[in-house]
Design a protein around this ligand. Structure first.
Ligand SMILES: Nc1ncnc2c1ncn2[C@@H]1O[C@H](COP(=O)(O)OP(=O)(O)O)[C@@H](O)[C@H]1O
Ligand SMILES: [Mg+2]
Length: 382
């Protein structure tokens, strides 16, 4: 699939897909609330968020199946807001393979180029190329009911990519597949995106999928984009408690800011005063805040070692191969999660066993201080 690089060069500067201030209401529900996003040419952009946050509505709006109440949709820098779907240079792969059941895989893939009036030899060449790209060469004669779920989804991707769109829109394309196949097709999607040079917009509620595949990810909640960044950005530098907890496991500790200076911010959390490493102007002494600490950043040390930290008791330990997942309980009854290396000797003498009393600590740089005024993540799926 040639063309990606040339296209990127031809429309240099223009986003492959962009939405500006789009709003979509369904009665009282605000499915999209002033969403603005720009997907760069040739990038794999994930849209991640819980069920009902507006992901499908956003994708349908870009594809043209849904009109915004306010705002603008651009494809390749052109305003397509009032254009019908077939006049937008994008293709969509849906969650359920929307293939023509009576047509062979080959004829399903040929549908777009034929509809655009390509000659039969050109159609044949492009279809074979697309089937080869999704590793279905040799299966072109089969009808959808003669293919597995994963193979059908490959046909759906080939059918979209054969049109060489400026962007491919994928709405939870793997969610109907079992986990092993899902992993395999994740790798395929990443490879196809790279080889084709086409921008992919991948909608998913699966954080592992979004983080593993994307160049950048937009995290949505309640019709709004909460944060856009690289997977590492949103995981290591979440801007709010919701993003912290949605993109990974997080201990969210209520904290009170005690002192702010150039070396960082001192906060009181779980009865201990700890340094949160965070500088800047977001916080002032006396502010309520949330301290987010990833389980892999909690360390356990022997009680009485003098280390500043929080006294905890190990309530449960789950062996996960490379790591031990420990459920910890503080004296005032709060649950914490710690992920420790499972390799023997990694823990410097602290006895990691159920019932052990230890001190939980973390490096200042590993904790992220966040505003307390965000809604609680527990209602994320409401
Ligand atoms: N056609 C529709 N009519 C009424 N409400 C809708 C319609 N489509 C979506 N919604 C509502 O808009 C919100 C966002 O839905 P959707 O975009 O499907 O979310 P997601 O894909 O993230 O699960 C939900 O509250 C949903 O119930
Ligand atoms: Mg959806």
């Amino acid at each position: 699939m040639a063309g990606g690089a040339e296209r990127a060069a031809a429309s240099a500067g223009a986003a492959a897909v962009e939405v500006r201030g789009v709003v979509r209401r369904f009665g009282d529900v605000v499915a999209l609330d002033r969403v603005s996003l720009a997907v760069r040419p040739g990038e794999l952009f994930a849209v991640l968020g819980p069920s009902g946050c507006g992901k499908t509505t956003l994708l349908r709006m870009v594809a043209g199946f849904e009109a915004p109440d306010e705002g603008t949709v651009l494809v390749g820098g052109e305003d397509v807001t009032s254009r019908p779907p077939h006049r937008r240079d994008v293709n969509t792969v849906f969650q359920q393979y929307a293939l023509f059941p009576h047509l062979s895989a080959r004829d399903n893939v040929a549908f777009g180029p034929r509809a655009h009036g390509a000659g039969e030899s050109e159609v044949a060449r492009r279809v074979e190329e697309a089937l080869r790209a999704v590793r279905l060469e040799g299966l072109g004669d089969r009808r959808p009911d003669e293919l597995s779920g994963g193979q059908r989804q490959r046909v759906a991707v080939a059918r979209a990519l054969v049109n060489r769109p400026r962007a491919l829109l994928l709405d939870e394309p793997l969610s109907a597949l079992d986990p092993a196949l899902r992993r395999e097709l994740q790798g395929e999607i990443k490879r196809l995106q790279r080889e084709s040079g086409v921008a992919f917009v991948l909608v998913t509620h699966d954080r592992q999928e979004a983080l593993a595949l994307s160049d950048r990810v937009a995290v949505m909640r309640g019709g709004r984009v909460r944060q856009v960044g690289t997977p590492r950005d949103v995981y290591e530098r979440p801007g709010c408690a919701f993003v912290a907890a949605f993109v990974g496991d997080a201990n969210l500790l209520p904290a009170r800011v005690e002192q702010v200076d150039t070396r960082g911010t001192r906060v009181r959390a779980l009865g201990a005063v700890v340094s949160a490493g965070e500088t800047g102007t977001r916080f002032a002494p006396g502010d309520d805040a949330v301290l987010a600490v990833r389980p892999e950043h909690l360390r356990l040390e022997r009680a009485g070692s003098g280390a500043p930290g929080v006294a905890v008791c190990i309530e449960e330990i789950a062996f996960e191969g490379p790591s031990l997942r420990c459920l910890l309980r503080t004296a005032d009854g709060r649950a914490l999660s710690a992920l420790l290396p499972a390799a023997e000797g990694a823990l410097d003498g602290a006895a990691i066993e159920r019932g052990a009393s230890l001190v939980a600590t973390f490096e200042p740089g590993a904790a992220r201080l966040l505003p307390a005024d965000d809604e609680h993540p527990a209602d994320a799926d409401a």
